[in-house]
Design a protein around this ligand. Sequence first.
Ligand SMILES: [Zn+2]
Length: 231
Amino acid sequence: MSRFLFRCLLAAVTATGTLTAISSPALAHGGPTAAIVDTARGHGNVFSLTFDDGPNPPDTLALLKVLRKHHVKAVFCLVGDQVKAHPEVVRRIAAEGHTLCNHSLHHDDLSALTPAQIRADLAETSKLIHQAVPWAHIAYFRAPYGAWGQSPQVAADLGMQPLGWRFDIEDWVPPGTDVLAQRIRDRITPGAVALMHDGGGDRSQTVAAVDQIIPELRAQGWRFTLPQRRG
Ligand SMILES: [Zn+2]
């Protein structure tokens, strides 16, 4: 065990001991803040993959297979309506060790809503996720269209860290697998959180581009990590 890892473990034990007295689950997890995180964990050539608008079989299932093959963990930002339609896919995502993110109930623009309205939307979405996977921890919230409004503070109050992104591969209208792979090569920067989609349409090109790019980037020294836990 490296000295660094030992210090981390020691810090975790100490933190757990200290935090048991605090009742808030949010604080016990280090406390989400209203700051929008768009940075991958770790130093150097680290990079986070995040996938929005699912679950969306068969593309989500194909993506899970690709991520498993390459031993990469990602974040899935789930839409409540999709969770309701495909709870078994949410179970698969969680069972394979990926991280869950609340992406609102109907993929509405939340920017004009009051905090109470936003809270109702987010809470209902999390309830649907928990109906699918009772043990799931929903670490993040991402606002549809990046239209945050007052949602970052509401999300933090509900124990979820707002999750942004540094670049979008713009896979809304699929331009071809090679174009998507090239966008990732062109836009990747150290510490970037990347926004991609496994839902909202046919995402087979996104899945194929991810399959192509992971070994290539890894060979260049890139590491795939999750986004930072808090802002
Ligand atoms: Zn979305």
